[in-house]
Write a protein that binds this ligand. Sequence first.
Ligand SMILES: O=C(CO)[C@@H](O)[C@H](O)[C@H](O)[C@H](O)COP(=O)(O)O
Ligand SMILES: [Zn+2]
Length: 198
Amino acid sequence: MNTQRILAHFHESAELKIQAASALAQPISQAIELMFFALSNGNKILACGNGGSAADCQHFAAELVGRFERERFPLPAMSLTTDTSIMTAVGNDYSYREIFSKQVQAFGQAGDVLLAISTSGNSANVIAAVEAALEREMRVVALTGKDGGALGKLLTDADVHICVPHTRTARIQEVHLVTIHCICDGIDVALFGGDVNE
Ligand SMILES: O=C(CO)[C@@H](O)[C@H](O)[C@H](O)[C@H](O)COP(=O)(O)O
Ligand SMILES: [Zn+2]
């Protein structure tokens, strides 16, 4: 295969990351503060998203419960994308739209944070989860792209919207991943101070 396409992917991805950094640094910093505040007060983080974003949720939860770059105690984060019995039962008996919102209603408590990931901001099940979270007085950190979709419009001033300025799903997901790593690093720095890579 012509390597031109491969080079184009790398270049577009790298250029977007550089371009998005200045726009996203502030909301990412707010997301770190919001999550650290919740964790410091005995609250937890729930995460939901579809497809590649489901994988991102699991990646994030693994880094909080296990570790990111430093040894530390486990932090309470849970991906709502992993229990196939819950998801198939709710999807089958109710609707696919409710597979995350029912779990938010079951596990979410006031003060918890929902990490809602959707590149379009228009996935009905992620939107329903955000609505359920807001009803429970949880805070929301939304990772989106494009124009933030319907999800972006639901958020309040107490929530954080990290909207990647691009239209291509794959590129948006790649920026979501570096954002997740920034958040994990920021939580570690908030816990322990400046780190090895400063
Ligand atoms: O990873 C990819 C595409 O790169 C896909 O699996 C993608 O995540 C799925 O099509 C999702 O259903 C897209 O949903 P969303 O990001 O618009 O909420
Ligand atoms: Zn993907």
